[in-house]
Design a binder for this molecule. Sequence first.
Ligand code: EPU
Length: 418
Amino acid sequence: MRFVIQGPTELEGEVHVSGSKNSALAILSASILLDQPVVLHNIPRIKDVETSLSILEHIGVKVKFLEGNTLLVDPTGISKNQVPYELASRMRASIYFLGPLANLMGSAKVYMPGGCSFGPRPINFHIEGLTKLGFNMDVEGGYVIAKRISKPKNVHIHLPFRSVGATIHIMITSAKMHGTVVRITNSALEPEVVDTANFLNRAGARIYNAGYDEITIEGVSKLSLDEYEIIPDRIEAGTFAVAGGILGKVVIRKVIREHVQSTLNKLEEAGVHLNWLDEYTLLVSRAERILPLSIQTAPFPGFPTDMQAQFMSLLTVADGTSIVKENIYPNRFNHAYEMIRMGANISIDNGVAIVEGVRKLKSAIVVASDLRASVSLVIAGMMAEGETIVEDIEHIDRGYENIERKLNMLGAKIRRES
Ligand code: EPU
């Protein structure tokens, strides 16, 4: 599948941010712990959520969209404790099913989620965490297998790095371990961790201090709640802010200010105009001249690695030399090589990209290699003069709901072709 983009584009209008992909994935996995059905609001209709729903159905959970983005999840009939290759290999977040399933059923196996196009993505922190929670961990035939062998009373897990996935996985595994108290230190501070903890706490869990660097979980025996609303996607909000900051004037609705602060700080530093119209509505207006930046990706509240590619498109036309250091995934620069085909001047060495601003980008045929790379190339395509083709665009559907519809409503000219 490809996008054919006619540029350059002038963007103007209003856009609503969808529900957070990474929160939805975590909360859908955590929902298997509930003792009654739950209604989830603001679930984004994206490919990764579809994969999660397929996994839920596979293990015996009933799921049904009631309307739009409102989903009913009924986990009362879980009958399987395995997630096979066809489902687990589609996305990394499949691993979130391992701990809670093993806790409910005594054992579980999930096919090892793969690496991805921007380098290895190990799961050693998850395995070490579950081991400390009393599971024997093994890998056999490509499956990661967890079997309960003990029920510890007090557990301390120190994460070597503030891993979002390991924090969430350990938290949802421990939430319903009645009689066990778990302390996670150096835990991730991301809003998606907090959203998952809020969801579980509303259901009766006892998770303290999510969003700080030490989380305590006192396992409970029952969890239930009627409904919950997922937070808006901070990376989607940031993506539209970058697009508006280069290409026009965009009102972005459903933005949580503290979730996007580091992204907005960098946009302002680049000369983009930002105005809050109300608590959750941001007006972004194009910079007259884009100033070069120095960016380092870091765990929240630092500058997100998931915004690095989009900023790269902005910096290709900055007035000077920018430096982008990728500290989370040092090889996450595939998009930069594609932007070079469009006339960008970027050199990459050892996890650092040096971007010399050029006057404008030129249209080309480029290939998208992952979700954020895809959207950054779409932005670049809207900036370039002429027809840009972005191949392998299916990655974008993993994490952006109706992306071309939203952009076309703002004035973009994007056509999807099979
Ligand atoms: N790491 C390990 N061992 C582990 C886990 C992580 O060495 O067991 C390393 C990773 O290789 C990486 C760092 O720790 O260098 C941080 O990884 P983290 O575990 O925080 O990432 P993740 O949970 O796998 C989530 C998001 C990613 C986002 C990262 C970083 C989900 C489903 N995914 O991944 O989102 O880039 O956090 O913020 O929540 C995206 O949305 O495009 C995306 C890739």
